[in-house]
Structure formats: C-alpha cells, structure tokens
Ligand binder design. Structure first.
Ligand SMILES: [Zn+2]
Length: 256
C-alpha cells in the first residue's frame, strides 16, 4: 500500500458516496416520480431555495468546507448528511484498501457495501428499496466478473438467497417486501452459496433482536414494521468479512 493507492482510494470513496447519496435523494424525492429526464440531467440544487449549486461547491467535502456549510444564495445551513456521507465513503474505501489491498476485490467490497448503505438509507426513510439503487450493484457485478466471479457458486448464492426470501414471503405474507427479496438475492450472488447461510442467519438474528427490543421500548408491540434492509446489509458484511471463520466454528461445533 503506498500513498498513490491511498489517494486513489480516497477519491473513489468521496465521489462514489456523493454520487450515491444524490441518486438516493432523487429517488426518494416526489419531484422526480415521473420525470426521468430531470432525474438523470438536473444539476444539484439547494434543498431550501432550489438554486443550482456551482460545480466547485459540489466537490465532496471541499465544497462543504469552502461554502462554510451554508448555501451561497439563501444562507441556509447545508444538511450534514452530505459531508457525513462523504466522510463515511472515505472511511469505507480506506478500510477496503486496508483489508483487501489495492485490487479489484477491494473495489467489489467497497462498491457493494456503499450501495448497501444507500439502500439502508432509502429503506429507513421510505420503507422501500428503490430498484434504481439495486441497479448500481450491476457496476459491482461487472467488477466481480473481471475478478473471476460469475461462477456456479455465485448463481447458487443468488438462487438460494432469493429462494429463502420467497419462502418467507409465502409462509409469512407481509413479513418482508419484494425489495428485501431482490436485495438479498443480488447480495447472495456476491457471497456465493457457501456464505448465504451466514448472511441470512445474521440478518434474521440481528433483525429479530432489534425488532423485539424496539417492540418493547416503543410500547407499540409486534405489529410495528421495521425496515429489514439494514439487517440484510449487516448479514452481507458479516458473511464477506467473517464467513469463513463462522463456517469453521459451525463445523467444529456440529461435526465430531
Ligand atoms: Zn439556498
């Protein structure tokens, strides 16, 4: 790892995070519901006065710093979600570099987790998983195939994660959304068949614990609906980072 690697990873992290947040915000915004051209072509604008933001204020982090956190036209405070998501992207890209090295594997991990984080953001805000965000996983899929992905194991991972959620939906109608099914199936592609079990199990355990705690502390009982994408994302990250260790633990526990 040298300074050039750190520099490249940092820029990738900052710009990709900024792009994904803009994409998620546009998907969530009602303004773009039937306006594909605007969705793709509109320049970024202030949340308050709607004035177009000059490109140099759109540079991740630097734009926030030179504008001192305020819109140049209406002087309103710029939402902290912009610099925070950019810092998050930066940390995630440096972690990927540290964990996997300067290679395609790091880029696949970074891009899938960045998209997962955006899906989580959208799911928490709207209780929906936008297809447009799932489409960004195709970028990660292309990188993955360059790195020798697209094997039988990947397809089995895709089919088993999707199949498991389809089964949940049949047995417990309304428990999850079809967005959860698509999200889990696509991630199953990246974990491969072996680690799908780790991903689903981690998602169900963390989701159930959180759901039970939330039901008790909010006093609203079990009828409350919680977004499930955060737990699928936790499951995915656990499977990729610790899947092999967890499977060895299982093996030692259940095999003589
Ligand atoms: Zn403004």
């Amino acid at each position: 790892m040298n300074s050039m690697h750190v520099f490249t990873a940092s820029l990738t992290g900052l710009f990709f995070a900024s792009f994904l947040l803009a994409l998620a915000d546009r998907f969530i915004s009602k303004k773009y519901a039937n306006n594909i051209k605007g969705f793709l072509c509109d320049r970024s604008s202030c949340d308050y006065c709607g004035k177009t933001i000059p490109f140099y204020y759109n540079i991740p982090l630097a734009g926030y710093i030179i504008s001192l956190g305020h819109c140049r036209s209406c002087k309103n405070r710029i939402s902290l979600r912009y610099p925070l998501s950019e810092v998050y992207g930066l940390i995630l890209s440096l972690f990927s570099l540290y964990r996997f090295g300067f290679n395609i594997q790091a880029l696949v991990f970074f891009s899938t987790v960045a998209v997962c984080s955006t899906v989580v953001y959208a799911d928490i805000k709207t209780m929906e998983i936008p297809d447009s965000l799932l489409c960004v996983l195709i970028v990660a899929g292309i990188l993955f195939s360059l790195n020798g992905g697209f094997t039988k194991d990947s397809w089995l991972g895709f089919a088993s994660a999707g199949g498991a959620f389809a089964l949940f939906l049949v047995v417990f109608p309304g428990s999850f959304g079809t967005g959860d099914l698509k999200f889990a199936a696509l991630l199953g592609f990246f974990t491969g068949f072996q680690f799908v079990l780790v991903m689903l199990e981690t998602a169900l355990i963390t989701g159930s614990i959180f759901g039970a705690l939330y039901a008790v502390t909010s006093g609203r009982g079990l009828r409350i609906k919680i977004p499930f994408a955060p737990f699928i994302a936790i499951g995915y990250i656990t499977a990729i980072l610790y899947g092999a260790d967890i499977l060895i633990l299982y093996h030692n526990a259940f095999a003589p």
